[in-house]
Design a protein around this ligand. Structure first.
Ligand code: GLY
Length: 365
């Protein structure tokens, strides 16, 4: 049996892939789908999420984006759930001469990689998105970028697993069970009312997909990178596509949902396992977002959360055999867990060997 430690979007996707192949699998998490996946905006935006220094990450993201339409369609078909998957692209906007020059450089790089992008004037940007600030001087449209509602996706994955009778154990994995040769299970501390004593769960294969908490179980260079993010609500959608930009050097994005929700984020803070929502964090996000789209101050405040991204030293995920028998890693997805979930499951199944090499855990040995 496979035991997946971590019930975020990555762990649940892996479990669903295994279950569809008829393989026995169990998911372990004290609070499934409540971590970074719950905070995430859901951008499937390899082109606009990376800088031109991050070509390997871009290749991973582009490959996973190609998998998303089928992944979303199959999950929706199996569960009947709407995922709010949309593919109207991202508009990356600029205010100053420096920002415009950076966009030109990025456009040239994307061209070289054969990724379609379009340079737009300020006026063209406002024609696409009339709520943009008059001070926007230009932009870069990545028409192939998409986005999805990660909360709907994790709900659908949980429903799909339930239908396939995949056990979901509400417990914290406190230790990997190891003998001289391999990992053979996990020790669990249940969190539910019914079973309080720690117990051991045996497994042929453990997959560590515990996001920012992965380092608590195995020596893996993952650290928490805090992101504060808010959801605003309006009757009519304010934007028709994802808009992002850099305001005085600090990046901000606005992701619209079909029901009028607008997700605005996010801070990037290196504060350890701190999940407090702070006045300063929210101020920073709102201040920058208002520069791009002044009308957001009229919207109703929905929720505000802080999630912990699992960051790695090279910003690339850590996917594949751990070097210890019986243990695979699927962690370190940093800003890209939602985007990279389908590719992660494929890599663990032995597909995409060239891309798998970029994520191999052994690179930090
Ligand atoms: N992918 C966006 C973020 O991590 O904030």
């Amino acid at each position: 049996m496979h035991v997946i430690v971590g019930g975020g979007i990555v762990g649940l996707t892996i479990a669903w892939h295994l279950a569809r192949q008829g393989k026995p699998v169990t998911v372990v998490d004290p609070a499934p789908a409540s971590g970074a996946s719950h905070a995430a905006a859901g951008m499937l935006a390899p082109v606009s999420e990376v800088t031109y220094t991050e070509e390997p990450l871009l290749r991973l993201g582009a490959a996973s984006l190609r998998r998303w339409p089928d992944f979303a369609a199959e999950l929706a078909q199996e569960t009947g759930a709407g995922l709010d998957y949309r593919a109207e692209g991202t508009l990356d906007v600029a205010f100053g001469a420096d920002d415009l020059a950076a966009l030109d450089e990025l456009a040239a790089f994307m061209d070289k990689l054969g990724l379609p992008v379009e340079r737009l004037t300020g006026r063209e940007c406002r024609r696409l998105e009339p709520m943009l600030a008059p001070s926007v001087r230009g932009g870069l449209l990545a028409p192939g970028d998409a986005w999805v509602d990660p909360r709907r996706v994790t709900r659908a994955l949980l429903a799909a697993l339930e239908r396939r009778r995949v056990p979901l154990v509400l417990a914290r994995a406190t230790e990997l069970l190891r003998d001289a040769e391999k990992v053979h299970g996990v020790r669990l501390a249940p969190v539910g009312p019914e079973r309080r004593e720690p117990y051991d769960l045996e497994a042929e294969q453990v997959v560590l997909a515990a996001g920012a908490w992965s380092g608590e179980l195995f020596d893996v260079p993952v650290r928490p990178v805090k992101g504060q993010i808010m959801r605003l609500r309006s009757r009519e959608p304010l934007l028709s596509r994802t808009v992002r930009g850099s305001v005085h050097g600090s990046p901000v994005y606005l992701v619209p949902r079909g029901d009028g929700e607008l997700v605005v984020g996010a801070t990037q803070e290196e504060l350890g396992f701190d999940r407090r929502v702070t006045a300063g964090g929210l101020y920073e996000v709102l201040r920058d977002a208002r520069e791009l789209v002044p009308g957001i101050t009229e919207l109703e405040l929905g929720d505000v959360v802080a999630g912990l991204r699992p960051g790695t030293p090279d910003n690339l995920p850590i996917i594949g055999p751990s070097g210890v028998g019986g243990l695979e890693l699927a962690t370190g997805h940093h800003r890209g867990g939602v985007l990279l979930a389908p590719l992660t499951a494929a890599i663990l199944q032995g597909e995409e060997s060239e891309l798998a090499a970029l994520c191999a855990p052994g690179r930090f040995a």
